[in-house]
Ligand binder design. Structure first.
Ligand code: UDP
Length: 252
């Protein structure tokens, strides 16, 4: 483990430490897993290493596509050096196929192919259960809490849609269907919006395109949420396919 500064924040899946540089943080990826707003808790053996490695690979690749991210370096299997940001308290969800809360709230069938990518904003607030925002609700909240400016919000939506295009293509080449995912953005030292937090099987729904069975195809945290078993194996499969695709891109 890298020598670390003081613990700044401990979340459900990661710990953030200060470093000797003011504008850099060290994030440590844990094996702890939670679901349903932390009502369900457990551990997924090796998850920290797998998620840190997948996230590092994807963020590095997104940078080559022109998406600014907080990624600096993966300094150990579970540790990532990142740019210090002030996290914007929004969970930005992009959906290509209906699943999860979208089905629960609208009655759309699980697996329904959406006619266009749906971008949604949820307020990052555990006590309130991360409520879905409308742009007008956000505009009103901004008057009280100053969450995000309208120009930053436009920028976030543009990045989210571009990231969706890039990741959909990337995962397609891994024989993985990108169903939906959650992003978080932050403001860096020069107040620019950059991609932060993580992209991993914890934060994406990923279906094995080579598998027709609706339970066997699940390669993400839904295996934990729904007690489908073989959680570790599914995460490892994602890691292998992502790293293989990175290798293919490097050699092409
Ligand atoms: N997601 C996440 N963190 C959250 C909520 C959602 O990473 O706190 C991800 C989730 O894994 C899925 C996508 O965002 O890939 C959409 O999640 P949804 O709104 O369907 O909520 P869920 O039913 O998963 O709680």
């Amino acid at each position: 483990m890298m020598s670390t500064g003081s613990k700044l924040y401990e979340g459900k899946a990661k710990i953030v430490y200060a470093t000797d540089k003011e504008d850099e943080y060290l994030t440590y990826y844990k094996d702890d897993a939670t679901a349903f707003n932390a009502q369900k808790r457990g551990t997924i053996l090796g998850k920290g290493e797998v998620n840190c490695t997948i996230c590092a690979a994807l963020m590095q690749w997104l940078e080559t596509k022109g998406i600014p991210t907080h990624f600096i370096a993966q300094v150990s299997p579970r540790e990532m050096l990142v740019k210090a940001v002030r996290i914007i308290p929004l969970e930005v969800v992009v959906r290509n196929i209906a699943a999860g809360s979208l089905c629960k709230q609208t009655g759309l069938p699980w697996g329904y192919q959406l006619p266009f990518p749906l971008v949604e904003f949820y307020l990052k607030n555990d006590e309130l259960g991360d409520p879905l925002l409308t742009e007008e609700r956000l505009q009103i909240l901004n008057g009280v809490f100053n969450i995000v400016s309208l120009s930053q919000l436009r920028q976030i939506k543009e990045y989210a849609l571009r990231i969706n295009q890039y990741l959909q293509e990337f995962f397609r080449d891994c024989n993985i269907i990108l169903v939906d995912f959650k992003l978080e953005f932050g403001l860096d030292a020069s107040n620019q919006v950059i991609l932060a937090d993580e992209i991993s099987p914890d934060t994406c729904r990923l279906w094995d395109a080579l598998e027709q069975d609706t339970q066997k195809r699940v390669l993400d945290k839904d295996r934990f949420r729904q007690d489908l078993g073989d959680v570790e194996a599914a995460y490892q499969r994602v890691r292998e396919r992502v790293l293989a695709q990175i290798e293919r891109l490097r050699n092409s």
